[in-house]
Write a protein that binds this ligand. Structure first.
Ligand code: ADP
Ligand code: MG
Length: 257
């Protein structure tokens, strides 16, 4: 990991009260994500991934522990979050959605036009700038979320299974686009997925989570960048890493099931 930590989870624990006791969603989790690192968390359904990210985003409070985010120069939002489902406003056009964060921060019209125009180009949305979300496919809507998140230039980008509702072809295209945009910006990313494939394709480092809401293993992803999704998947090194991670995850999935 790079020397400078950008986001630090310190003994983060989350318990939910149930009628007959409580559910421990997250044991005490501690780890750091370096500045400019693409960090992926992979784990079985129900292991606490969304809970962890919501806490990082300040949308939920931990029962104990804390999450610290280091601030860089300039005024920036602490985070931008991209969810699996619809996270854009249905009553706003593509351009208005993508501009939202910058408008909230009182950016000038010229700055908004320049930055948002750039990300609409990078996501292939320029032609759809004046369309409304109901006129877009699922993949295009996720592109709007990506454009909005990068346009507002947050300290950290938090993504919770953003592509898991898409068909395989669209998922691959969006992974490629995300890699391209990320290579330009080197934002600090915490990306959650239940897909080993996606974790190995995108990440610099992967945390495998156990069924009981704790880190089980950390895996470095040694593949050089820029990465081509298809070329990468054709290499034996990719296959080996995929196999190793899947083997570790398999026992956890049995735990939950
Ligand atoms: N508000 C809540 N109240 C009670 N239990 C919850 C709540 N939110 C999540 N949980 C439980 O915590 C566990 C982790 O949930 P979640 O973080 O959504 O998992 P994941 O995203 O890994 O699938 C699950 O067992 C879920 O049922
Ligand atoms: Mg989840």
């Amino acid at each position: 990991m790079p020397a400078a930590a950008k986001i630090r989870f310190e003994n983060v624990e989350k318990r939910f009260a149930l009628r007959d006791g409580e559910h421990v969603a997250l044991g005490g989790i501690s780890f750091e994500v370096g500045a400019g690192e693409f960090f992926v968390i992979v784990g079985p359904s129900g292991c606490g991934k969304t809970t962890l990210l919501r806490i990082a985003a300040g949308l939920d409070q931990p029962t104990s522990g804390r999450v610290a985010i280091a601030h860089g120069e300039g005024e920036r939002p602490e985070n931008a979050m991209i969810f699996q489902g619809e996270s854009i406003f249905p009553w706003m056009t593509v351009r208005e959605n993508a501009s939202y964060g910058l408008r909230m921060r009182g950016a000038t019209r010229a700055h908004i036009d320049e930055v948002v125009g750039h990300y609409l180009d990078r996501t292939g949305l320029r032609r759809f700038a004046d369309a409304y979300p109901y006129q877009l496919s699922g993949g295009m809507k996720q592109r709007v979320s990506i454009a909005r998140a990068f346009a507002c230039d947050p300290e950290v980008l938090l993504m919770d299974e953003p592509f898991s509702a898409l068909d395989e072809q669209n998922r691959t295209l969006l992974q490629e686009e995300l890699l391209r945009i990320w290579d330009e910006t080197k934002k600090t990313v915490v990306f959650i997925t239940h897909s080993v494939d996606e974790a190995v394709t995108l990440g610099d480092r992967i945390m495998i989570m156990s069924a009981d809401g704790l880190p089980k293993a950390y895996v470095d992803v040694p593949f050089p960048r820029p990465r081509s999704v298809l070329d990468l998947r054709a290499t034996p090194e990719y296959g080996r890493l995929f196999h190793d991670i899947w083997a570790q995850l398999r026992t956890e999935i049995h735990e939950v099931a």
